[in-house]
Design a protein around this ligand. Structure first.
Ligand code: TTP
Ligand code: MG
Length: 406
């Protein structure tokens, strides 16, 4: 089932807090940032001020020249922080799966909440209403199956907007939009893309990955995925026991079993090493596969006992992979392994189990050596295969630096 992710962003936040406290300011061009005789820039401009061409980051002097009748306010950060905390408290009433970003925006995972509110859209309406009633502020909400599309939707809907992108419609929604709407595309990237004839997100989505890589290096894959409405990032509440994962995209889609196994082994070792460095044990192992047609699946296995050993992570991953690939005939584009449900390492490991103890001792020793001499100083049998496979590019495979997501 497709996820339902909301992105909520308050409209003209600093200005709106001022307007809520002083109704004389409502409906007028208002700027927070300082008096125009001060050096400095606009922090927030009301939508009335924006119609004169004012925007955040513009020098105050320029703003005053473009819109002399605008009301300029110094601003008070404590006030905005209080409003922000009250805003986040309202959101937390709706879902514990909440990830605040800065002061005035947040992601909320609303998957499965339709039964409570009638629909996710109605849930968003209820959120907007409470923000209006309790804070006197307007928020815009985007709803989609992933973060990047939800964020673009809330941005497009501003001000006081609500825009839902149905599951399956991500690409057609993004297709006509200018590339600058994609988070992460600044002025410089926009210029580069325009130079390659790419003006819309749709054009970016179909640009061959090789061309994108020549301009954006390691960021190309992410950009390509986002332009195609693909974004697996989870909504991660701050401070919650997170997950550790590693993944890698093959230079060429593959069904080669030794290669898949060796890569999984390598990724499991990286995850295990991170777990031990953080002093954590994991209960849940997740395998991720993306196929040639970009379909992405995750399969989970819960361990009877929390662990941080490479071998146990790998064993669980390989079982899940074998089962999955026996059903799926497509070639694999990306493979990843992750652990979650983390607990502090303590006495959870069964010390009576000598084989578990031996593995733990071995892993600790390996980590010590790696810390001293680098990660590749020791490689176990299966990862050695990677060396054989990846020494040159002539077989078409490249192993990219695995990304670490927490
Ligand atoms: P934004 O959400 O980017 O802007 P906004 O809320 O004023 O307007 P809207 O979302 O409707 O487009 O940023 C939130 C607050 O962060 C903003 O009110 C003021 C502050 N801010 C700065 O101080 N400097 C900046 O350059 C930006 C962009 C924001
Ligand atoms: Mg805002």
């Amino acid at each position: 089932m497709a996820r339902r992710i909301m992105h909520i962003d308050l409209d003209a936040f600093f200005v709106s807090v001022e307007q809520a406290q002083n109704p004389d300011l409502k409906g007028k061009p208002v700027v927070v940032g300082g008096k125009p005789d001060r050096r400095g820039v606009v922090a927030s401009a009301s939508y009335e001020a924006r119609s004169f061409g004012l925007y955040a980051g513009m020098p105050l002097a320029t703003a005053s020249r473009l819109c002399p009748q605008a009301i300029f306010i110094e601003g008070n950060f404590h006030k905005y922080r209080d409003a922000s905390q009250r805003f986040m408290t309202i959101l937390a009433d709706f879902s514990p799966h909440l990830e605040p970003l800065g002061l005035d925006e947040a992601y909320l995972d609303a998957t499965g909440f339709e039964s409570i509110h009638g629909s996710i859209r109605q849930m968003a309406v209820a959120i907007k209403q409470r923000i209006k009633d309790e804070l006197g502020l307007c928020g815009s909400i985007g709803i989609a199956s992933c973060k990047v599309v939800a964020k673009i939707a809330s941005d497009l809907s501003k001000p006081d907007g609500l825009l839902e992108v149905p599951a399956g419609k991500e690409r057609s929604f993004l297709r006509p939009l200018p590339v600058a709407k994609l988070p992460g595309i600044g002025k410089k990237s926009e210029r580069i893309l325009k130079g390659s004839g790419v003006n819309t997100i749709g054009q970016l989505a179909t640009l061959p990955l090789g061309i994108l890589k020549s301009h954006f290096g390691a960021a190309a894959e992410l950009l390509h995925n986002h332009a195609n409405g693909i974004d697996d990032r989870k909504v991660e509440p701050p401070g919650a026991a997170k997950s550790i994962s590693r993944e890698t995209t093959f230079g060429k889609d593959t069904r080669d079993s030794p290669l898949l196994k060796a890569t999984l082994r390598y990724l499991s070792e990286r995850v295990g090493s991170d777990l031990r460095r953080q002093g954590k044990l994991a209960r849940c192992i997740t395998l991720k596969l993306r196929y040639a047609d970009f379909t992405t699946i995750t399969r989970q296995h819960t361990l009877s006992q929390a662990s941080d050993t490479d071998q146990i992570i790998f064993d669980a991953g390989i079982k899940l992979m074998k089962k999955e690939l026996s059903r799926e005939k497509q070639a694999v584009r990306l493979i990843g392994i992750g652990v979650s449900n983390l607990v502090e390492a303590g006495r959870q490991l069964d010390m009576l189990d000598s084989s578990a103890q031996r593995l733990e001792n071995l892993n600790t020793a390996i980590d010590r050596i790696r810390k001293k001499y680098g990660f590749t100083a020791i490689q176990t049998g299966r990862t050695l295969l990677l060396k054989d496979i990846f020494p040159s590019n002539d077989n078409g495979y490249t192993l990219q630096t695995p990304s670490l997501s927490r």
